[in-house]
Design a protein around this ligand. Structure first.
Ligand SMILES: C[S@@+](CC[C@H](N)C(=O)[O-])C[C@H]1O[C@@H](n2cnc3c(N)ncnc32)[C@H](O)[C@@H]1O
Length: 196
């Protein structure tokens, strides 16, 4: 398939140094079954707008940026160099900068930060010290069926992905001691896939 490569962990991606893996719409809709957001939402790494479009469809006010112009978004700038405050941030960040994205998002939000991350993002002494010690997430929503990241060209493929992902949600309006782990249930996933 032209312009498509199999990456080291068997994720299929378009050839892109900025770590572009569009989130399936259903995976965003599934988050919204469990989480509500008060105020506007910033998607700082919007790609082609998959997350933003689902948020808009659910009547949220959304601001979308990305460092790369993929034909979607308000501004094309490096999120890690922006410093304006917003109510909420929801994104699937570039894997290779996920720690920085979480820390930066936590600094500039008033309410919630929701990030689609590998489940293994829970691990790591460095990450524990840098993030979780001071800022544990309020909720970790584990997908009971795996999310598969596919480029547009092979959208129809419904196979199961090789990596486990979860939505990590931080809530700055509450004092959190330890996160609650929840499952995104199979029937919710099926419903979101049907309507997404
Ligand atoms: C995993 S993709 C996800 C795209 C989109 N959030 C989605 O879920 O469909 C990561 C995106 O982060 C963008 N990106 C990478 N580094 C960035 C940075 N420093 N600031 C803003 N966007 C960045 C990439 O261009 C890419 O579109």
């Amino acid at each position: 398939m032209k312009g498509v490569k199999l990456s080291f962990n068997r994720r299929i991606s378009s050839k892109d140094s900025d770590d572009f893996f569009p989130t399936p719409h259903w995976a965003v809709q599934a988050l919204l079954v469990y989480e509500k957001f008060q105020g506007e939402i910033f998607e700082p790494a919007c790609g082609t707008g998959n997350i933003s479009e689902v948020l808009l469809k659910n009547h949220y006010k959304v601001l979308s940026n990305d460092i790369v112009d993929r034909g979607y978004g308000d501004k094309h700038e490096d999120f890690l160099k922006t410093n304006f405050e917003v109510a909420n941030i929801v994104t699937n960040p570039p894997y290779n900068r996920a720690n920085e994205f979480v820390l930066h998002a936590l600094k500039f939000t008033r309410n919630k930060v929701a990030m689609l991350l590998r489940l293994s993002f829970l691990e790591g002494a460095q990450r524990y010290n840098d993030i979780y010690l001071k800022s544990p997430p309020a909720k970790v929503y584990v997908f009971s069926k795996r999310v598969t990241f596919m480029p547009e060209a092979i959208k129809g493929n419904s196979g199961s992905g090789p990596t486990a992902y979860a939505w990590f949600v931080w809530d700055k309006t509450r004092k959190i001691k330890t996160p609650e782990v929840r499952w995104i249930e199979p029937d919710i996933i099926d419903k979101c896939k049907q309507h997404g």
